[in-house]
Design a protein around this ligand. Structure first.
Ligand code: BGC
Length: 719
């Protein structure tokens, strides 16, 4: 019986695969037919921007312009064709989606998929073929100005979210553009820096999420990064684009340059770039415009290479704008509002609740002081990063009023001034870190006259921005002085931090205050936050990156490799990025990777593998029991790390290999069953140029965070 079932399964799979192969072959034939009808000039016109966010089509052959727009926070408002100013449309108000680190903090690939579907539907409504999202560069350095856009410091978590974001976007026949390929991990000197990184580190840390988004997510486009890797611009890096991406990974889509990130004609054309994009004309003078035409005529770039590029663009189009059953799309719908609420609600991280101030019972609290500029600030736009003209954005104060306002008196005090503008000189921003005593005094009075104070601090979209890195980990705007004054005035103070990257919370942690971490959390941010505060939502977010106790503990600073010298930064920490570094070097972080509390508690038991010894290529069957030992339902993210005992090569103390987020009812026990592929235990052997699974003993850890290991079992990999 089993045999017959297996035969049917094989027939189905292979049948499907061969049908797909046939379809693919038919598509390639169709594309070749179209290319045969095109002139060289028409082909070249498709390979470079003809405006800020489009490249040419071929009208007479029914090929549309390739239109694109930013993400990742939502579909950017329509701007003028040749200038970044607003086009003043009235139909482009969009859903503001939670930022990348918020999505990562959900530890929930379903949420990444939801994110993708909303973005895809809204891109369609705006007739965009490519949406320049998701962005998931590794969070190597806590000060990176774009940390908020990215996901995580861990390649596995990154990959799982990247795959689903891409699938969600592309389910709507819109092309995802995964970015920035690769090792674009700082904003300082991003357009000139040469990143020196060894192959093992690239393969184990910086490339896996890109590989997964291509091979498992089938991403149609990818954006080359601004920086160089090992001496070659990412937009003309033969190893990265031709050898790894196209040949090894089998990428069929198009490589799009970051805006203004192309540096040469012949090198870029021959080394794998397909489309040059940028920010200003004259468009016919660009590397991939007249100079490319001339290079082809001079025999420096072959017409075969040009045909390959055009073919890739057409392939993208046949899966998107020229696809059959192309969805119409929709924008700013209530369903999208619900989706971003769900994501935001799962992203919020409870960092401390030892005093059990939370959840706040709506029936009991009669007066609340909401304090802090971030309580009334919106985050959909600001700074240099792509923003969204949000159809609406619920601020923290609005959310708290909606949830508690019927039964409690709610007062607001600004508390601090956020005097910082991205793009200003240091002199212009001088004093941004100073407290404002009169605002603090007012806040103290407000806090004293209320039962509870909710202090909304953190960063904003000017302070965390594309184009610059932060200079310190400290909370800006004199916020610590405000925290000290308000918590002294009212011990029932809940500190809500809204930011997209790690900050120094040492003093707040020492004083054992209640801390909730929220993000630039989208259109429904305030409602999701208020529901977490009220216990309508049990918090289940976990940190997607380490919060170091001191900046100097973090690898780039400990090894003095940031921002680099002579336009070069060497990733001397190698594979020891994020918790891999802190664990292996035995450095205690402030908050570790994967950390986050709940209003309930969980007990782990019965961790087991289905065998004691595994062969390479096999599957490790894992089981575990998880009991909700508290009084309310809650979601826990169980993290599975693997550690090689007595490794013959240097390895991190442990590496995340799987995770599962599950809801457990109070008092109930849920069983978890999952697999890890033995091959996923491999390290990249640079000498042999391949992934190697070392035989011997391994430990499997089931954990609630990277430092809270609940259960451990051993297994072996045989030769
Ligand atoms: C950013 C990209 C963005 C592009 C277009 C660049 O500065 O690095 O992420 O997609 O601009 O706005």
């Amino acid at each position: 019986m089993k045999y017959i079932a297996a035969c049917f399964a094989a027939l189905f799979l292979f049948g499907n695969a061969s049908a797909q192969n046939k379809q693919e072959a038919a598509l390639q034939a169709k594309i070749s037919g179209i290319i045969k009808k095109m002139t060289l000039e028409e082909k070249i016109a498709m390979l470079h921007g003809n405006a800020l966010f489009s490249s040419e089509g071929v009208k007479r052959l029914g090929i549309p312009e390739l239109t694109c727009d930013d993400g990742p926070l939502g579909v950017r408002e329509e701007i003028k064709r040749f200038d970044w100013a607003s086009a003043n449309w009235t139909t482009d108000s969009a859903t503001f989606l939670p930022n990348g680190s918020a999505i990562a903090a959900t530890w929930n690939p379903d949420m990444a998929h939801k994110y993708g579907v909303v973005l895809g539907e809204e891109s369609n409504a705006r007739k965009k073929i490519v949406i320049l999202s998701p962005a998931f560069n590794i969070c190597r350095m806590p000060l990176n100005g774009r940390t908020y856009e990215y996901y995580s410091e861990d390649p596995y978590l990154n990959a799982q979210l990247a795959i689903q974001s891409v699938k969600g976007i592309q389910s709507q026949h819109v092309a995802a553009c995964v970015k920035h390929f690769a090792a674009n991990n700082q904003e300082v000197n991003r357009g000139t820096i040469n990143t020196i990184v060894d192959e093992r580190t690239l393969r184990e840390i910086y490339l896996p999420a890109f590989k997964a988004s291509i091979q498992q997510g089938n991403a149609y486009t990818i954006m080359s990064a601004y920086n160089k890797i090992n001496g070659y611009w990412c937009s003309e890096n033969d190893i990265l684009l031709n050898q790894i991406l196209k040949k090894e990974w089998g990428f069929k889509g198009a490589v799009i340059s970051d805006w203004g990130g192309t540096h040469h004609t012949v090198e870029a054309a021959n080394n794998g770039l397909d489309i040059e994009m940028g920010s200003s004309g004259p468009y016919d003078k660009w590397y991939f415009a007249t100079p490319l035409l001339e290079a082809v005529k001079a025999g420096k770039v072959s017409e075969k290479t040009i045909n390959d590029k055009v073919s890739r663009i057409l392939w993208v189009m046949f899966h998107t704008s020229m696809s059959t059953n192309h969805p119409a799309g929709s924008i700013g719908t209530p369903a999208h509002g619900k989706a971003v609420y769900d994501i935001a609600a799962e992203s919020i991280v409870l960092l401390n609740n030892e005093d059990h101030l939370l959840p706040l019972k709506t029936s009991k609290v009669k007066s609340i002081a909401v304090i802090g500029d971030n309580a009334t600030r919106t985050f959909a736009s600001g700074g240099f990063g792509a923003g969204v003209k949000a159809k609406y954005e619920i601020t923290a104060l609005a959310g708290i009023k909606a949830r508690f306002g019927k039964t409690a008196d709610i007062k607001f005090a600004q508390g601090y001034k956020a005097n910082y503008k991205a793009g200003n000189t240091d002199a212009q921003n001088a004093g941004y870190d100073k407290p404002d005593q009169s605002l603090i005094d007012e806040a103290v009075t407000t806090a004293k006259s209320s039962e509870v104070a909710i202090l909304c601090i953190g960063a904003n979209r000017e302070y965390e921005s594309e184009g610059h890195d932060r200079k310190t980990l400290e909370l800006p705007f004199g916020e610590m002085a405000l925290v000290k004054a308000v918590t002294a005035a009212n011990p029932n103070t809940i500190i809500v931090v809204m930011a997209g990257a790690p900050y120094d919370l040492n003093d707040i942690k020492k004083l054992n205050h209640t801390i909730v971490w929220s993000w630039f959390n989208g259109s429904e941010a305030g409602n999701a936050l208020a529901d977490v505060l009220a216990g309508v939502i049990n918090p289940s977010g976990k940190l997607p990156f380490t919060f170091p106790a001191s900046l100097h503990d973090s690898p780039a600073f400990a090894l003095n490799t940031y921002p680099g010298e002579n336009q070069t930064t060497e990733y001397k920490e190698g594979i020891l990025v994020g918790y891999r570094w802190y664990d292996t070097k035995k450095i205690d972080p402030l908050y570790c990777f994967g950390y986050g509390l709940s209003y309930t508690s969980f007990a782990y038991s019965g961790l087991a593998t289905d065998k004691k010894v595994y062969a390479p290529g096999g599957k490790i069957g894992i089981s575990l029991k998880l009991k909700n030992t508290g009084a309310v339902a809650g979601k826990e993210t169980v993290q599975f790390y693997v550690s090689k005992v007595g490794s013959s090569v240097s390895r991190a103390e442990k590496e995340l290999k799987a995770f599962r987020k599950i809801m457990v009812a109070p008092g109930k026990t849920n069983a978890l069953a999952l697999n890890i592929n033995v091959n996923d235990l491999a390290y990249f052997n640079a000498e042999q140029h391949k992934w190697v699974v070392e035989p011997g003993e391994y430990k499997l850890l089931a954990a609630s965070s990277s430092k809270d290991i609940k259960e451990v079992v051993s297994f072996r990999v045989g030769k």
